[in-house]
Design a protein around this ligand. Structure first.
Ligand code: F6P
Length: 449
């Protein structure tokens, strides 16, 4: 297996190689040490750090067996969850799947994975329920806390629907819950109803949970090889646990922090393969929740190129110079398509006839890099040999470890997310949830001002 590569040549007009290496060997090395030794802030949430090496094969076999049961009994499996209980599985399934999977019918033994509980859109839920009305479906309900409102609403609706469609006993066989070992409403419900369950360990935060059953079960249900995914992550864990200037996590974490100190406050994760759109969404949560606190932190944004070059390209080229890009470049696509020659050549494209579409894509990437760097946008490049389970596993672990290091370099606790509670408190107050009476009074007074 090759390894993903990190290239920082195109940031060196903004930050020097000397400064990057100085940070790598000082604060970044300390950050890695703190993670390894568990001596940093948030050290009760480091369960993800050695997850690839401590996940036993029999655990993966159990996940695969449960996935196979769902594959055999369902044509559609709805994965219910939000944030870290949604994005990892969605990112991997989208990256590995055929772009037109959604438009082909499910076949027996090969169900489609749908998602719910990641929004409170009434139309979304209504349309999902209407779609499932005549389908053989099952549910994976995922919530670490077991109390999150969005998935709880979706699950209540889907559970009722499934029980009506197939009866309570069969519904029970088609529902799997992934939650805390003891706490939360979902744990209690799963115990009372007798659902098959998997546990999310206390020391693995939601956004770091893709390599637990949270991500692995839906990914296995979609038909992908979770052993290879974990194997890829393990390769990255083994490579990056030791501090060195060649450590790609140390390099990435140091470079992005120096760019931030140089006034580059926004990092745009760029892909040139639309299958990576949701990988960008996963990455945004990982870095946004980990670093955006104490009134600091790089703002994580993501774009799909070349699509967004025709919408955001102008801003990136010419707007405020507060951004840098991190490009995920996939070396080899899965498929080969050659641009045909055309006698009339009315579209003027014969100059690229005979080339693969990917050659044009790569020139778009190179041309964009040169233009953006010339325009004052530094560019970190992460090269991935191909979109496969192993390389996605590497990429996931690479970004997780880099994130932990980067948070410590920034000087925040990368493993909490206190800011997310503010909207919840207001929503509960507005909905007059029992226990929020004082908040309800306060918010209503604010609204009447
Ligand atoms: O898995 P849970 O507990 O439902 O949480 C879902 C998401 O909500 C958050 O807690 C934020 O509210 C995220 O950190 C988490 O990934």
């Amino acid at each position: 297996m090759k390894k993903i590569q990190v290239n920082i040549n195109s940031v060196l007009s903004t930050v020097s190689e000397k400064d990057i290496h100085a940070l790598e060997t000082s604060t970044a090395a300390d950050a890695l040490e703190k993670l390894r030794e568990g001596t940093g802030e948030g050290n009760d949430f480091l369960g993800w750090l050695d997850l690839p090496s401590r996940t036993p094969m029999h655990h993966l076999d159990e996940i695969i067996a449960v996935a196979n049961d769902l594959r055999n009994s369902c044509d559609y499996v709805v994965s219910v969850g939000i944030g870290g209980s949604y994005l990892g599985a969605k990112a991997v399934i989208e990256a590995l799947g055929n772009s037109f999977d959604a438009y082909t019918p499910a076949t027996p033994g090969s169900p489609k994975v749908l998602f719910a509980g990641q929004n409170i859109g009434e139309d979304y839920l209504h349309e999902l329920q209407a779609f499932l009305a005549d389908k053989r479906f099952g549910i994976i309900v995922i919530s670490k806390s077991g109390t999150t409102t969005e998935p709880a609403i979706a699950f209540r609706l889907l559970k009722e629907q499934l029980e009506k469609q197939v009866g309570k006993a069969e519904a029970c066989k088609r529902i799997v819950a992934i939650t805390d070992a003891k706490r939360g409403a979902l744990r209690q419900l799963a115990t009372e109803e007798g659902y098959k369950t998997f546990v999310i360990d206390d020391n693995v935060g939601g956004r770091f949970s893709v390599l637990t059953p949270v991500g692995l079960l839906p990914i296995a249900v979609a038909g992908y090889d979770v052993k290879k995914l974990v194997k890829g992550a393990l390769a990255m864990q083994e490579e990056c646990m030791t501090s060195s200037e060649a450590n790609v996590c140390q390099l990435y974490a140091s470079t992005r922090n120096l760019l931030y100190r140089a006034g580059k406050k926004i990092e745009i994760l760029v892909n040139y393969n639309p299958k990576l759109h949701y990988f960008g969404e996963w990455w945004k949560q990982l870095y946004g929740e980990s670093e955006g606190k104490d009134h600091k932190g790089i703002f994580p944004a993501a774009v799909d190129f070349s699509t967004d070059l025709h919408s955001m390209g102008q801003w990136i080229q010419d707007g405020e110079r507060s951004i840098f890009e991190t490009v995920i470049s996939v070396e080899t696509p899965d498929n080969k398509t050659v641009i045909p020659s055309d006698d009339a050549n009315l579209d003027g494209l014969n100059y690229i006839a005979g080339k693969r579409v990917d050659e044009v894509n790569k020139m778009a990437e190179l041309g964009t890099r040169i233009a953006h760097v010339d325009g004052g946008v530094p560019n970190i490049r992460i090269t991935v040999p191909e979109l496969s389970e192993e390389y996605l596993g590497q990429l996931i672990y690479f970004f997780e470890l880099s994130c932990g290091m980067s948070g410590y370099i920034l000087g925040v606790n990368p493993f909490n997310q206190p800011g997310v509670e503010a909207y919840k408190r207001n929503m509960f107050a507005l909905l007059e949830k029992p226990g929020y009476e004082e908040d309800t009074k306060a918010i209503q007074a604010k609204l009447n001002d």
